[in-house]
Design a protein around this ligand. Sequence first.
Ligand code: NAD
Ligand code: 4PL
Length: 246
Amino acid sequence: MKNFEGRVAIVTGAAQGIGRAIADRLAAEGATLAVVDINDEAAQAAAVEIGGDAFSVACDIGDPASVTALHETIVQRAGKLDVLVNAAAIVPFVPWDELTFEEWRRVMRVNLDGIYLMCRAGSDLMRKNGYGRIVNIASNSIFAGTPNMAHYVASKGGILAFTRALATELGPHQITANSVCPGLTDTEGVQQTPHKEAFEFVEMLQAIKGRGKPQDIAPAVAFLASEDAHWITGQALAVDAGMIRW
Ligand code: NAD
Ligand code: 4PL
């Protein structure tokens, strides 16, 4: 079903991993897709692979000027914004004893400041048409208290709470805001960290066995980003084979 025909969507972090799988899914369902990532080369390659009218925009979501420029480009290239999926983040592995304030700030700048900047600019654009779907990617680590990423877990908890508040602010404009909380997922990013050793451990806690892939996360995001989800806002959905329950 072409759920996103005539819809313009931004997916951040779409050069690889979970963001890429979400971009693939929305484009396959007809969205005009902006592949947004700080990794310009990989974002360009992804947009070419996705094909159709997908285009890439290089953006550092933690930089206000970069986010403003991105939204100007969206207006020029697509004329409006219907869907914003914030998947870009830093996924660190830093034991507590090694966690410095500098490292804390590095992660907060992207994972929390970046979400604010994208939602600020994105929702201002959506309001012009009185329609919008925002999906922010949090993590089930906020329920599990996953080790070696206290700053990341804090940033993701911030996303969950912020998204609840955002839903209240944007409801009057027919814009929904929800978060999705993936469990450990096999991505390029995770493969570059010791988190890749944790798959067997999380599988033990999952109701459904197996190793989470980006393609396991994308359908839940696509649903919350669809017109059908108009009566759902301020919610958080765990997509982790039943590892956590709430
Ligand atoms: P990844 O590291 O494979 O990909 C992240 C992408 O974000 C990269 O392409 C990177 O270039 C981009 N990015 C980083 N900083 C950016 C910035 N400042 N501006 C723009 N783009 C930037 O990550 P992933 O594993 O696919 O994770 C995607 C999302 O899912 C993240 O929000 C992550 O926190 C979340 N998540 C991942 C897992 C997991 O186990 N992989 C679990 C739960 C939640
Ligand atoms: C359970 O979001 O949710 C490792 C790395 N383990 O990034 C995550 C779990 C990781 C997670 C995450």
